[in-house]
Design a protein around this ligand. Sequence first.
Ligand code: ZN
Length: 403
Amino acid sequence: MFSNEFIREIPKTDLHVHLDGSLRLATLIDLAKEQNVSLPSYTPEGLMDTVFKKAYKDLPEYLQGFAYTCAVMQDPDSLERVSYEFALDNAAEGVYYVEVRFAPQLHVNDQMDIETVISSVNRGLERAKKEINKNKKDADMPDFEYGIIVCNLRMFMGESSPYYKKIMDALSWSPRKEIFAQASLQLARAAIDIRDRKGYPIVGFDLAGAEHGYPAIDHMEAFHYAHRNFMKKTVHAGEAYGAESIFQAITALHADRIGHGYLLFSKEALTNPEITDKEAYLKKLSEYIADRRITIEVCLTSNRQTNPGLVDISKHSLRDMLKHNLSVTLCTDNRLVSQTTVSDEIELAIKNFEISSSTLRNIIVYGFKRSFFPGSYVQKRNYVRGVIDYYEKICKKHGIASK
Ligand SMILES: [Zn+2]
């Protein structure tokens, strides 16, 4: 019913996408050569055989690629280039609104502090935005807009980056979870200060990294600081750990959106012995999420790649999310590492789940409505109105019901 062309033409969002997982392969190779960074291969085919695969054995294999991409994103010019190309690639497939996330701490070195890192990324995105909006083919097309989400890590090691090494060394007598909490608080302070002083569209605060053994609650102070300063919050939760991780993200960190939420309906993944009636707990939690319109950023391909048990994508919990009328948006997670695009994710969902034209419209519109749009509420409403009008125009062109 929905052709590839239709999917590409409708206005789309990507609210969950990591910058360091979304480089162009050719750029990675280029930058690696320029900077003498060693790669297992210097051809796109070679890298797709060895690092950036269609399918991965498990999460550790999935994460390997980030060591290479991060290695070439350690100076202002490379960050700007990667960000610029990232925005162009999104716009080329009809992604008009993108919220790109990254952990600035992984790019801090002797030449760059957190502010330089964020400024470089913003410079690339802003340059692309101007170009894209100047070259619009159709005056009815929505403008390209973006927001920046900064990622805290649930845990890190000295080897994670020079910045983290300094922190670990300086606080070597402190318990690790205190160090992780302090690093998050420092990032919250930095992000809010830079947002307020520079006026960059830093719209969200995220928590990423290993869920198991590193609960969200440890980062409460940082998230409360962000919350008090009107920063929106999204948390990776229910990706590799059960529903109580999602519960914590919402109740302790004030999450407005949940990254993945894959295990939301899983009784098996719910391991807290204090929860005796698992079914009732999951029902209450999913009802709360539905009622409060907490949006789930669903990343189908990425979930399949990091959960070896999920062979058949039609078994993904998106089925239950749709059944319970949750607010969901389809995202890539990583354009390069997951070898995907927003259009691919939508096509995958359409192939594997019952998605009517009204469901598709809801999913698309929720992406825009539940975004952390950087402008005022009135501007956001006008923007979303323009998106819906354009969506309807594309539907008409393709003979598809728009509701
Ligand atoms: Zn993610």
